[in-house]
Design a protein around this ligand. Structure first.
Ligand SMILES: [Zn+2]
Length: 142
């Protein structure tokens, strides 16, 4: 019997099957792209092609569904006024009130996660600026 190929999570060092995209233990992303995503994103935004990338993701969800997978794509974006706009793409039949409520709650949870991560970034920025101020204004001891 062959042993399944695993790779270690960069965050928690738990072994994960090679095909997994997130760690089974700590849910951190396992894929590390070698591409320079920042420059790619800058180029896409400059050419106003973000919509094309989003459409491509929607097509991928449809194709995965046709292949028998059950994909669920959450897409969130910060609006111009700082608000969070969340959406999801799925192929789950919504002919049941319970299913509809579950999907609504999943969407709200996703938006909550995005808001929380936004607050976390603001909190860390404030902590960092406070630490830098303390360091800058600290009186050297002789
Ligand atoms: Zn992990």
């Amino acid at each position: 019997m062959t042993k399944p190929i695993t790779r270690l999570c960069p965050s928690c060092r738990a072994p994960n099957l090679l095909r997994r995209k997130t760690c089974a233990s700590c849910v951190c992303p396992l894929q590390q792209s070698g591409k320079d995503l920042q420059s790619w994103a800058k180029s896409v935004k400059a050419n106003k092609n973000s919509h094309r990338t989003l459409e491509s993701a929607h097509v991928s969800v449809t194709k995965l569904n046709a292949l028998g997978y059950c994909p669920l794509l959450f897409v969130g974006r910060h609006g111009r006024k700082g608000e969070i706009n969340g959406d999801m793409v799925h192929h789950i039949p919504v002919n049941d009130e319970v299913v509809r409520e579950i999907l609504k709650k999943m969407g709200k949870l996703y938006e909550h996660l995005l808001k929380r991560s936004q607050y976390e970034i603001i909190r860390l920025t404030l902590l960092l600026s406070t630490a830098l101020e303390k360091q800058f204004y600290a009186v050297p001891k002789f």
